[in-house]
Write a protein that binds this ligand. Sequence first.
Ligand code: ADP
Length: 500
Amino acid sequence: MWTKLWGGLKSLFSMRSLQARIFIIILVVGIIPGVLMRYGILSNYEKKVVEQRVATVQTQLTIIGNHLLSNNYFQTNKQEEVSYGTAPEVIRAELEMISNLYEGRVMVINSGLKVITDTYDLSKGKTIISEEVIKCFRGESSYHYDKRHGYIEMTTPITNHNNQDNSDTIVGVMLTSISNDAILGIIDVLNRKAIILECLMIIGIVAMALVLSTLLTRPFNRITDAINEVKAGYSDDLISVPDYVETVHIVDAFNQLLGRMRALDQSRQEFVANVSHELKTPMTSIKVLADSLLMQENAPVELYREFMDDIVSEIDRENRIITDLLALVKMDKSAQELNVVALNINDLTELILKRLRPIARKRDVELVFESMRQVTAEVDEVKLTLIMTNLVENAIKYNKEHGWVKVELDADHQFFTFQVSDSGIGIPEDSLVHIYERFYRVDKSHSKDIGGTGLGLAITRNAVLMHRGVITVNSVEGEGSCFTVKIPLNYVAVNPGQTV
Ligand code: ADP
């Protein structure tokens, strides 16, 4: 149980598991936007608060600046451009109030860049050469937020309005720095609350991701269970998991495979049954013949001879069946091992016909060969010989007296065609689809009489398919048959694992 659990956990956390992927996707999609939102909202809020604070302080400083002006604080000596004013107590109190309120420092600087008032009393009388101050004298007041050191620095112009020519003159600048501790405090509280919310959200999302990833992958587990049941032999039913289109596709493909395997199994069983039956028939005949001889005491020699003849022909038949079966099995086994060579097909046909002529003569059948052109093709000699021999032999076997068999050979740029037509008994239409089946015979007793095993065309068709060719038949019962074999001139190898 522990190994199963460990296996489950391992597959969950290895990225090869669909469940793990769904889990991680939900987690990422749920958490990242939350974190980004918190970060975005808080930094935006901080910016707004800083802007608001700067605006408030600026307003207050502008009011104080106006007080300074109305108290003639800036009395400028034209030659030296230095301020000599002294801050009245009330203004100092106002400046100090601001610096206390915002935990900061205010310096008043005159147009000669001299500090004339400093709430820290440190820089009074000193000259300040700061870019911000100079810019402010030019009319560009600014602020700078230094988050790392925790302060906001701003410049506020003190503007004197001349009523006569309606002009403004900047006579001084207030350089103020205030602490941002209060802002940071608020942000910190908000951040903490947001983190708590986020943690709760993460717990919720993790739970949801676990539940969803388990639910979404459940149909796939059901497929595995169902396949395992079929594998273990508990069930023979077709599988059905209609939850998703994908599972339907997988299950359909599996059911089709199962159907094919069953059909294959069934055909194998049938084949074994047929083989046993076919092999048993001659044996039974032999036993009956031998038994009847044994039962007769003093049986005459002629009877012995007659029965022995029958026994020999039954043994021959058994032998033929076994030879054909071996040829068939060998063909199945060596599907990948064709011994392909470039061969003159005309010569091969001549040779085969020469071998079969005595049989044809014996049955009084005329054997004609018509070749349209010289054909050379890449074929397996043994298997092509089998194809040709079987077809011509059948055409002779299933012929009529004084009949004929015509063998034609032709080729185009891709294929060569080997055609065997006869004036024989023909094949009934409903049997045409069965003639390539193993042990199928149209007329069992007739075929048996002329030494047929019902395996010849099965072997022929297999050999044709191995050459990537096709075999077709046209036949009219009572008139004759015509078998056509079409094989590529150049052999194309079959991919490993592919069967013919
Ligand atoms: P067999 O060994 O019995 O000849 P085959 O597989 O070669 O087996 O042929 C299957 C059956 O097809 C035969 O039993 C026969 O009835 C029929 N058949 C094959 N070739 C011909 C033909 N040329 N003319 C008529 N019937 C044929």
